[in-house]
Design a protein around this ligand. Sequence first.
Ligand SMILES: [Zn+2]
Length: 494
Amino acid sequence: MHKIERQALSAAPTAGQTMIFMIMALLVLAVVIVWISDVHTVLHLKARTQNAGDAAALAAARWQGITLNLIGDLNILQALALSRGDAAAADQIKNVQARLCFVGPLVGLLASQQAAKNNRAYVNPDYTANLAAHADLVQSYYAVDAIRFPEPYDNAWREYSGMLFTIAEQGLAAGPDNTWYYTDSINNHWLLSRNFYEAVASLDWCWFYWNDAAILQSYTDYQYWPDLPSAPPEPNTYNSEVFGLGLRPFTTVLPGGAGTVAHMNVLRSERGLRPDSPETISNEVAGITNTWYGYVWTSWSALAPANDFPILPLQVKPEYDYTGADTVIRVEAQPDSRMPTTFPALQPFLSRSSPGAAAHLTQSSAISGAVTWTAAGKAFGYLATDGGPVRPDAYVVVLPAFHDVRLIPVDTATGSNLGAYDLVWRRHIQDHLTTYEQSGQAGLDADCWYCQQLQTWEDPAFRQQGIDWLIDNSNACYRVRGGGGPGGGTRRGH
Ligand SMILES: [Zn+2]
């Protein structure tokens, strides 16, 4: 008995210790389980957001391709009309082409919403409000500024605005991120570069060393900045702002002459364009002055030497070496309420950009804890000639050539640095910078992350810190290639 009692007594503290240990282990386990389920939630949400974004980008790009083919078919029908001397019919066809430049991309926008929703992306109230507000603004293109924003066809702005409203009414789940408003300025100013704000936020003095070594010394106050660049005086209003096709009507003799006529005749029979008469396009059409819809596209290889363009020219076959019509989609999703929005260990999971592009965390998503995915899509195709495949724009005039769509790296797409549906950024550059330019720090918005960085920047002690650091450490600044950081900002203007 004594022995047992003594054993029990001596075991008591051990049992207590075990109990405490087990409670602690359970607590740790509980934290881990909660954490893992959060990771799971984020990864699941990320996969869903990614699927929705990719599907939306491809859907819109497919409609860009379909529309380009239709506009190409109509160029061929114009040539047939001119062959029988029917200039009036050719004129009517030109009018339909002008309309297609808007209707086609907006059908693409509608299709992209459906694709995103099919992949369980939810309607984003901010995106929807943004599109509705823009639809409202488009009406003023005509009312206020018909000279600056000429209508490509009669009643175009009212029709375009109405289509935008109709889409907004359905609710926007996927933001058309490479939307290029006619009023958008040419992006060439540090205040319009996300990299500047990133450098301030992360005390990245090397960024200043490489990009503007003098500014730390010479900056005085907000009046130091050059004026913000204004909008281009004559925007290309032939294209929809959303998913524009990069086209323009050319009033000229047929570019490419008899070669184009020959190719048009091949495509005419392939595409089943067979009006009763004439059977073929006459060679005389090559000499008639007419308005043709043609491309204003550039080459990927032409962009490559500048600013670390992420596709090397050698990797692109010549027949696919064109930038022009493409789509960029932004999808944001909110994780559920258990999600620790400021948990640093989770941040790498929260925001990735599309295949091929460097992973990055956008500021707006870092603030809100949202999962953001951007994806880019593009219609591809080529014209088959006796000498082999050539680019779709080889004859300048649009011909039906598109038969495929692919995802492309976001950084190779048009407008990728602007991020039209990164609404935090857009509000900053549109509203806050305007008031900042007028009244300095008083014009900043305390809730805006970018304004907060400007506030930091305005402090002379902050800039002195950078000057001091660079005196001792500038030899430690290595130029980092590629990526461009959140939203880039170094490569622009195509
Ligand atoms: Zn701001």
